[in-house]
Design a protein around this ligand. Structure first.
Ligand SMILES: Nc1ncnc2c1ncn2[C@@H]1O[C@H](COP(=O)(O)OP(=O)(O)O)[C@@H](O)[C@H]1O
Ligand SMILES: [Mg+2]
Length: 265
């Protein structure tokens, strides 16, 4: 049925397709018949009140939560038979809600750890001059990503010594090091100043040329500014999906958010 509305001229194939996904935790239904169709080079905002199922959706895609029903495919391949570590090989990279940086490693070392598993393995296996070269290449690449994000001057610093906004960029740099084709961002704007949020919006728009971005975010203005499409979850169900303008005009969405402060919505 969903396909009936697909435009025949639409040349970009779906990248991530979630169909009728249901996830239970004991008696709690965290997601019920959730369907999402995301194209490559698209920014998909995912919003909804606390407990709506946003994190569970990311967990299901990254194979940390097992659905009891439904399918998840990426570029036509089912993810349900795969394990979390295999996803990086498909280009699926996720950031966690917290920072998750290694405090005893420098910024550069943290970012280097985001390299695709294959690249790290080759340099590990070849503990020889060639391995050194691979390591150096990886460091150069990490520096380039840090430069892209405007934090190259902090490469030798330890994360704990840096302001929150800078640490968030390092987290993003580490994710980009995995050369994602699908980037799952969990609250990338949390704790950022208004100016930093604006810079993040600009950055995500630039990144969109190379990847699809799914964005779980409490910062509604930011989601509306940057997303091509927005999916709204409430109590485990999709209650609306569409362009930011369509979502703003949706009565059911306003009702779902009533009584919830926007800062926590
Ligand atoms: N590991 C878990 N065990 C039990 N219940 C969970 C677990 N993860 C999430 N839930 C429940 O599933 C529902 C959706 O949670 P979640 O996906 O974290 O929502 P959101 O991220 O939108 O705030 C909530 O009722 C939550 O309590
Ligand atoms: Mg959550």
């Amino acid at each position: 049925m969903r396909r009936v509305n697909a435009r025949p001229s639409d040349s970009s194939p779906s990248a991530l397709v979630v169909s009728d996904l249901t996830v239970h935790f004991g008696g709690v239904v965290a997601l019920r018949d959730v369907s999402i169709d995301m194209q490559s080079q698209q920014i998909m905002g995912i919003i909804g009140p606390n407990g709506a199922g946003k994190t569970t959706l990311f967990n299901a895609v990254s194979r940390l939560a097992a659905p009891s029903h439904g399918t998840i495919t990426y570029r036509g391949r089912s993810l349900l038979s795969m394990r979390t570590p295999q996803l990086a090989g498909l280009g699926i990279v996720r950031t966690l809600q917290g920072l998750g940086l290694w405090t005893r490693l420098t910024v550069l070392e943290n970012v280097m750890l985001g390299a695709p598993p294959a690249a790290s393995m080759v340099s590990d296996l070849l503990a020889l001059p060639r391995g050194d070269r691979a390591e150096r290449r990886r460091a150069d690449e990490a520096m380039a990503v840090l430069e892209q994000l405007g934090v190259a001057d902090r490469a030798r610093a330890f994360p704990g010594s840096l302001a929150h906004g800078i640490q968030k960029r390092v987290v993003l740099a580490r994710a980009l090091m995995g050369r994602p084709t699908l980037l799952l961002l969990d609250e990338p704007a949390s704790g950022l100043s208004a100016g930093e949020v604006e810079q993040l919006v600009e950055l995500l728009r630039t990144l969109r040329a190379d990847m699809g971005i799914a964005l779980v975010e409490h910062h509604l203005d930011m989601v509306m500014a940057v997303s091509d499409r927005v999916t709204v979850l409430n109590l485990g169900r999709v209650i609306a999906s569409g362009t930011p303008a369509e979502i703003r005009a949706n009565d059911e969405v306003s009702t779902a958010y009533l009584g919830t402060s926007v800062a926590h919505a």
